[in-house]
Write a protein that binds this ligand. Sequence first.
Ligand SMILES: CC/C=C\C=C\CC(=O)SCCNC(=O)CCNC(=O)[C@H](O)C(C)(C)COP(=O)(O)OP(=O)(O)OC[C@H]1O[C@@H](n2cnc3c(N)ncnc32)[C@H](O)[C@@H]1OP(=O)(O)O
Length: 715
Amino acid sequence: MAELSLVSGSVGLITLQSPPVNALSAAVRRGIVDTMQRAVSDPKVRSVVICGQNGVFCGGADIREFGSTMTGPPLVPMIHAIEAADKPVVAAIEGSALGGGLELALGCHYRISHAKARLGLPEVTLGLLPAAGGSQRLPRLIGVPAALDLITTGRHVTAAEALKLGFVDQVTDQNTVEAAVQFALSVVGQSLESRRISSLPCPCPVDVDALFEGVMQRVRQSARGAIAPVACVQAVRAAATLPYAQGMQREQELMATLFTSGQARALQYCFFSQRAVSRWSMPSGARWDTCKPKPVTKAAVIGLGTMGRGITVALAQAGLSVVAVETQPQQLKAGQRAVSDMLERAAQRLGVPSAVQGVRYSQELQAVADAHLVIEAVFEDMALKEQLFKQLSSICKPDTLLCTNTSALDIDHLASQTHRPQQVVGMHFFAPAHVMKLLEVVYGPRSAPQAVATAMALGKRMGKVSVAVGNCRGFVGNRMLMPYVEEALFLLEEGATPETVDHALEEFGFPMGVFRMSDLSGLDVGWRVRKAAGLVEPGKMSRVRQGRRYSPLGDLLCEQGRFGQKTGQGWYLYETPGSREARPDPWLHSFLEEYRARQGLVSRRIDSQEVQERCLYALINEGFNILQESIAAGPEDIDMIYVFGYGWPRHRGGPMFYASQVGLPRVLQRLEHYQQLHPDVPHLQPSSLLWRLVSSGSPPIHRWREVIRKPHSAL
Ligand SMILES: CC/C=C\C=C\CC(=O)SCCNC(=O)CCNC(=O)[C@H](O)C(C)(C)COP(=O)(O)OP(=O)(O)OC[C@H]1O[C@@H](n2cnc3c(N)ncnc32)[C@H](O)[C@@H]1OP(=O)(O)O
């Protein structure tokens, strides 16, 4: 809806009314068209101000409408009518002016913004382009390079930056609507010719072709297969090279392709899933809306290795008072220096006061005694953690939350070392912990819902996408990674090279293939885990362990001290230890050939399709098992874990969404096919939930929960 009122005697004030963000739903568009017509034809109205209710100008088109047939007046003619009005129209921007919201403002003759407002054209992040004239108006107003930056990245800018770039006319820290009304009164009678952006020429760069070629190359490289950024460049190019009307036509053509694409659907699914995961639930029925988090102002971190340092930074930046404990004096000193450096650098970058003063350091575990929440980030060793939890149980106050940053160990076992198992949860951060957006909050069977609520709330405060998951080996992310990595190793045994596997996965959209990733994180990490699981038999080449197919390839490399980037050799070769550029390693290729020969394995050509299917479907299949066991409450939880923690390409929506797009019968059929070829690989055995979904007619992903909840015998 939109409402028109007369203010200050002659200003028609149009207020958009559609909580929470005044998105441009059919009703709002109808309201704008109607109120504008009334304002233009009312002789008492000499100028118009458009604002949004509740301190938000407009969050753009209503994304929820995209999945259905669009009704109501379209945006483009609505914005043209505003621009064509013969009375000055001023946008009063508070809160957000994003996407269609900013395009609406660009159709106005003037834009007044509150200092705290954020503006931008984030359509690209939803798989779209600014197709209500934004791709044509913005370059005309601020020039091609700046418009390309905003449109291809979708980044939100502050009002100050928008003023500097030239797409707002005035910034105020007072009442924005009042400022806009005063402004509207002051411009009555002035010519509007130069204020109609669509009539302005686009400032054309000297060498258009070179500029766009360069930009297109950069965009294609960083887009990793996403089509919207490329279409955004093409649309801006149209603005720079064609008259406005033709540019608009091009904008519409490009949008038509994007609008119905699978990528747009995936990105919009991610938008809503990112928000949905904060509405967590546990199998016990406890939920986000029935549990209040406990206030946390004092936190403690134990262990100042890489993870502990990042966690300390993340907590301090969220405004908590932190005590960081490290018992090794050298490590304490190095950790303190690293944390302070990270905090200082971040403060400089963001132009905010440094949080260095918020962190205390100690060698004594006793220093955590008055913390509201403790996160242990010591070495991944169960005995060490058991001992620590016993000590924490007697040092900390009875209501202190005890959290572990383990990436795979049993949360419930750790809880059983304390007198307060209900106060124990996992907070699984991803390295670097102050940068990576994902946090897995892991509850055990005895974790109190309030403990989960508190960890989730803390995650939100740190700016993380926090996902609540149940306790099992590897939780959600690492558990699904195991079959993915194993399939990659099996492919090497069968004839692939690290290069061919990585190429296929990078072609799919991962920033790094599995072997480059393994070199980066260190081969010794997985080796330790396999040793703890009793899988490693030094020097042995047997390919069946614990009753199933096993590849000792990773172990054999580790036995040679090839731990990846840090040792200069792993699955690839590096110029020096620590350098990042992975080069094919002839030694590794001969090693693989010898290995196959000694094992009597016949090497065959393996194509990208097989790599992608075997690695990804094995991972997805484990996702179905996880859903079946209620370790994750829904597919969105798994998908957000993969998008924010494991580099799954966002434009593919996450593994479960991807499976839904490929088609569940197809995923099932390919798993069955590979399982027949490799009967000794249990993770290729299709999950019973996948079977149930297929036999329930493969419902759309938002209806999977209904099948998951259905008792098995009902089928
Ligand atoms: C034919 C088509 C022609 C033209 C197309 C135009 C393209 C567009 O305009 S696409 C939309 C572009 N806009 C955006 O991408 C903005 C999206 N929203 C946001 O970034 C944020 O929501 C925010 C506006 C900055 C507000 O942030 P915050 O205060 O943190 O609240 P949230 O939790 O994010 O959102 C609250 C609630 O609102 C829902 N929502 C937000 N924006 C939209 C929207 N544009 N359409 C529909 N719904 C929206 C959001 O999902 C939340 O609801 P949940 O129920 O929690 O999901």
